[in-house]
Design a binder for this molecule. Structure first.
Ligand SMILES: [Fe+2]
Ligand SMILES: [Fe+2]
Length: 304
C-alpha cells in the first residue's frame, strides 16, 4: 500500500514540478586550428551559451543540441566538440544530447565524437530524463549513395512508431534538425522537413508534447499535429528572416530555455548580448537555387 502511495506521489510530483532543459542548435563548431566560418570563433560562442546558462537561477536537467554541430564535420572538429561538451556536462552534472544536421558528417561524427567505427548510418536514439522521454531523430538520410536533406526515412519512422507505443511519465519531446513547419521566410520553404506528413502520421495520438529543431538560424514557432514546434536561433550566427530575396547573416547567438510542466512544453527564446551587426548580405536575386550551397560557385567567397 505504501509502495503504491509513493508511486502515486512520485508521479504527481513529476507531472507538476517544472523540468528545465536548454535547447541549443547550429553550433557549427570548427576545431581551433581550422579557418573559422565568417571569422567567428564558434567555440567561444558555444562556451558563452554555457556561461549564460550558468548565471540562470535554475538548474537544467539536460542540454539538447539540434544539429549542425560542426560546420564542415571533420573528425578533428568532433574530437574538439566532444572535449568541450564533456567538460560542460561534467560542470553542470547533466547529460548533453545531440542530433545531427546537414552540415554534419555521420562517419566523422561516429569516429570523432562517439569513438565508433566510421559509418554513414543515421544517428537516432531515445533517452529518459527525469521522466521525460527525449527522442532524437536524424533528418538527413542517404538514399542510393546520395545525401537527402530534410527527410525522415521509413526505417526511422517505423522505429519512432515503436518507441511511441508506450508513454513516458512526463511525455515525449522530439528533437530533429529540420523543422517540420515552414516559416515566414519563404526563401527556406523547401529547406525544412520535406516529408512532415509522414512524421505527423506517426506522432498523432501519441504522448509527444513538443518538437525542437534548428537549421533555419532564427526563432520560429508554430503548431504541428497539435503540439508546439519551436526552431531556435543559432548559437554560431543567425539569419534575418525579413529579407525575402537575400540572406543577411547576423552576428548574434541565441538558445531556448525550455520548461516542461503539467504535460506541456513552454519554450523561452533567449538571445545573448551582442552587436547583432550584419556579417554578410548575400544578394541572391534570380540566381538562387534551392540547393545553391551544394555548388560553391554560387556562393560568395565568405561562405565557401
Ligand atoms: Fe546551421
Ligand atoms: Fe542546417
Amino acid at each position: 500500500m505504501l509502495i503504491q502511495y509513493q508511486a502515486i506521489l512520485k508521479e504527481s510530483v513529476m507531472s507538476t514540478e517544472p523540468l528545465y532543459l536548454i535547447h541549443l542548435t547550429d553550433t557549427h563548431v570548427k576545431a581551433p586550428s581550422a579557418r573559422q566560418f565568417l571569422n567567428l570563433d564558434s567555440t567561444a560562442r558555444l562556451r558563452a551559451v554555457f556561461a549564460a546558462v550558468r548565471d540562470l537561477s535554475l538548474k537544467p536537467a539536460c542540454f539538447l543540441i539540434s544539429g549542425d554541430l560542426a560546420h564542415e564535420g571533420t573528425r578533428a572538429d568532433y574530437v574538439h566538440l566532444k572535449t568541450v561538451l564533456d567538460e560542460e556536462a561534467a560542470t553542470f552534472g547533466v547529460p548533453i544530447l545531440v542530433a545531427l544536421g546537414n552540415h554534419d558528417d555521420r562517419s566523422a561524427f561516429r569516429e570523432g565524437f562517439l569513438g565508433e567505427a566510421p559509418s554513414s548510418n543515421g544517428y537516432y536514439h531515445a533517452s529518459l530524463v527525469d521522466g521525460l522521454r527525449i527522442i532524437t531523430l536524424d533528418s538527413e538520410v542517404t538514399a542510393a549513395g546520395e545525401k537527402v536533406e530534410g527527410w525522415l526515412d521509413a526505417v526511422q519512422l517505423s522505429w519512432l512508431q515503436e518507441q511511441l507505443q508506450t508513454t513516458a511519465p512526463r511525455g515525449t519531446l522530439i528533437m530533429l534538425h529540420h523543422p517540420p513547419l515552414r516559416s515566414t521566410y519563404r526563401l527556406f520553404d523547401d529547406r525544412v522537413l520535406n516529408n512532415p506528413d509522414d512524421l505527423g502520421a506517426v506522432i498523432r495520438g501519441s504522448d509527444v508534447i513538443g518538437i525542437l529543431s534548428g537549421h533555419i538560424h532564427f526563432t520560429s514557432v508554430g503548431v504541428f499535429e497539435g503540439v508546439p514546434s519551436v526552431a531556435s536561433a543559432g548559437v554560431s550566427f543567425n539569419i534575418d528572416p525579413t529579407t525575402p530575396r537575400s540572406m543577411r547573416f547576423i552576428d548574434s547567438s541565441g538558445y531556448n530555455l525550455v520548461m516542461i510542466r503539467e504535460g506541456r512544453m513552454i519554450a523561452q527564446p533567449l538571445m545573448l548580448p551582442g552587436t547583432h551587426r550584419e556579417l554578410l548580405h548575400w544578394q541572391i536575386g534570380e540566381r538562387f537555387q534551392p540547393k545553391a550551397e551544394q555548388n560553391p560557385d554560387e556562393l560568395p567567397p565568405e561562405l565557401r
